[in-house]
Design a protein around this ligand. Structure first.
Ligand code: GLA
Length: 601
């Protein structure tokens, strides 16, 4: 097996929560294992609609054996259906048995197919695993064994029918053979997340393609305990135009499903990014009738749209991935202008306009940056309590921009709306100068003086096509990690630098040109000097446990009795929900404390 495939097998076994219980305790034995097991009782398992308008909704009672099952609606073509990337769990050259239970109110011909890519040429092939005629109203199992070619990966399962009718599916399993000794080998790998576990989370990004790359996902498991979607949770990836009405904005997590599933299965926290941004947000979102060539809407209409979008995004994440540790979210991104004239005279706003050359449709509609406070107000209303709300920007070390960000965020923090500031940190390797270490740490400390948290959210340090050396790059990475550590060591800091996140897994996967080589791993995913310099900052004997990092998520404070959770359910179910077909409600029938209790029926 080549290295990439070995890693795929190993990470596959590690992450499949359902699979672990199937392994015998004796390490080294080979046995049949469920590598994929999606019953949709809690999370959506990375399944998504294969077109924007296709909605997947897990509903109680509609599943196989009346459990929770997944309905597929909104299909407009026979190729529309439900898909899930399973490459993380499977490898080429192995025989697996694929199974799924399907149901429809109508008689249907169902298809279960698998696509996979050649790992050298990236050429994708789709194979129909099985097709079956089903009777109306009758659950049927689609099942087949299949061995994909030796050098293949990036497996995607898809379920469709010959019609465009709605259908339901449930209990997806992929069973194969696995060596349980690989599990402990993977679990023992230590990396950046462990080194800095007692200081802050260390993060990176995944996108729809890197999440399918087993070399990258294996290195994420080793190094990072925070993941952000590079593009998949931005407004242009989540807004669904065909499902928008004035009072309800359609959203979809189709693009983010694989990444959220990866995080849930591997106990990796997620930074959400981003709700309100002038860029990567379709123009129609700001226009009458959701028509890109229409007139701009009023700020009152935009208030409604923004509130609904924010509400629906948090609701979708909670519904589909309740186990996701969504610990931070960039509520607003890049709202302060680079132009010192505008920071001085226009309250920091960008120029209004259609996002040509950095103009902002938000400013166009509101006439000012008033939408920022509104965005935070809505986010506070709908975000889970454990999710810290961030303002995120770049060039924050530029004095006039820094000061405008400081004033805006201080006011939001004092109103209880903002929890932290994100410093993107797309910088060069010059130790001094514009984005030099001194200017950078001055800005960092100024933001921390507000009293809020701070995260370095998108760190990449360009070598500008050879202008700077690997040593200079390593020194600058080190200085930034050091500044974050120093702050957290400061007795008055309360550990308020809560994450340092890198923007890209390797130099082959960076938003700036590859020749600028800004990241910790090179184009062949080999660690660079910057990486080894970082991993030498703390002696290994002092590394912590990054899968369970200490001191950087908001601690839950016990109440006056020293209890971390207490509810006597007085007129409030306190977020308890029925599971399966059970209902929960408050009842005065029998109360242990107070006058009501939670009745489960
Ligand atoms: C900004 C955004 C990111 C990303 C980068 C480029 O920093 O916040 O989401 O688009 O630009 O990758």
């Amino acid at each position: 097996m080549n290295k990439q495939k070995w890693l795929a097998g190993l990470t596959a076994v590690l992450c499949s929560a359902g699979a672990l219980s199937c392994f015998p305790a004796i390490s080294g034995t080979v046995s049949a294992a469920e590598l994929v097991s999606n019953d949709f009782e809690v999370n959506y398992g990375g399944w998504y609609g294969s077109a924007d308008a296709v909605a997947l909704t897990a509903e109680d009672g509609i599943g196989h054996n009346t459990s929770r099952g997944m309905s597929v609606t909104g299909r407009t073509s026979t190729s529309d259906g439900a898909s899930a990337e399973k490459g993380f769990y499977l490898s080429g050259g192995e025989t697996y048995t694929y199974s799924v239970w399907v149901y429809s109110e109508t008689a249907e011909r169902f298809h279960l197919s698998l696509s996979c890519a050649d790992l050298d040429t990236a050429q994708e092939t789709e194979t129909e695993l099985t097709a079956k005629q089903t009777r109306a109203g009758k659950w049927t199992e689609l099942s087949a064994s299949y061995r994909a070619p030796e050098n293949s990966g990036e497996f995607r399962m898809t379920i469709t029918t010959d019609s465009t009718n709605d259908f339901v599916f449930d209990d997806v399993t992929v069973t194969g053979k696995s060596d349980s000794s690989e599990v402990s080998a993977a679990a023992e790998e230590k990396g950046l997340k462990d080194e800095f576990a007692d200081y802050f989370r260390v993060g990176n990004i995944l996108n729809g393609s890197t999440v399918k790359n087993s070399t990258i996902t294996a290195s994420v498991l080793k190094d990072y305990n925070s993941i952000e979607c590079e593009n998949e949770t931005k407004p242009d990836a989540t807004l669904v135009q065909s499902q928008c009405s004035e009072t309800n904005i359609g959203v979809s997590l189709n693009n983010a499903a694989s990444i959220m599933d990866f995080c849930v299965n591997n106990n990796i926290a997620m930074r959400g990014h981003t709700l309100v941004w002038h860029s990567q947000t379709p123009l129609w979102f700001f226009k009458e009738n959701f028509n890109a060539s229409g007139n701009w809407v009023s700020s009152a209409v935009m208030d409604q749209r923004m509130e609904s979008y924010i509400k629906n995004m948090f609701a979708a994440i909670k519904t589909q991935y309740p186990d996701l540790n969504l610990y931070a979210y960039d509520v607003a991104n890049e709202c302060i202008s680079d132009d010192s004239n505008r920071t001085a005279n226009n309250g920091g706003t960008r120029e209004p306009g259609e996002n040509i050359s950095g103009q902002s449709p938000w400013v166009q509609v509101y006439g000012s940056n008033a939408f920022v406070e509104k965005a935070f107000t809505y986010a506070r209303k709908y975000a889970p309590e454990s999710c810290a709300l961030y303002y995120n920007d770049y060039n924050e070390y530029w004095d006039h921009k820094r000061d405008a960000i400081y004033s805006m965020c201080k006011s939001l923090y004092e109103k209880g709306l903002l929890d932290g500031i994100g410093m993107q940190s797309h910088i060069n390797a010059d130790y001094d100068g514009f984005s030099g270490v001194s200017a950078y740490t001055t800005a960092m400390k100024k933001f921390l003086s507000i009293g809020c948290d701070l995260q370095i959210t998108e760190l990449d340090i360009t070598m500008e096509n050879g202008k700077y050396t690997l040593q200079q790059q390593a020194d600058k990475y080190k200085a930034i990690f050091q500044a974050a550590m120093d702050w957290n060591k400061n007795p008055s800091s309360d550990g308020r630098v809560t994450a340092v996140c890198i923007w890209g897994p390797n130099d082959a996967n960076t938003w700036i040109k590859t020749e600028n080589t800004p990241l910790l791993y090179d184009t062949n995913h080999q660690p660079k000097l910057a990486y080894t310099t970082l991993t030498s900052m703390i002696p290994q004997s002092e590394w912590g446990d990054g899968s369970n990092p200490g001191g950087n998520d908001k601690p839950i404070e016990p109440n006056e009795y020293g209890w971390y959770f207490q509810s006597t359910f007085e007129g409030d179910t306190d977020s308890w929900e029925g599971r399966g077909s059970a209902d929960v409600l408050t009842s005065g029938r029998t109360a242990y404390v107070g006058s009501e209790a939670l009745l489960v029926q």
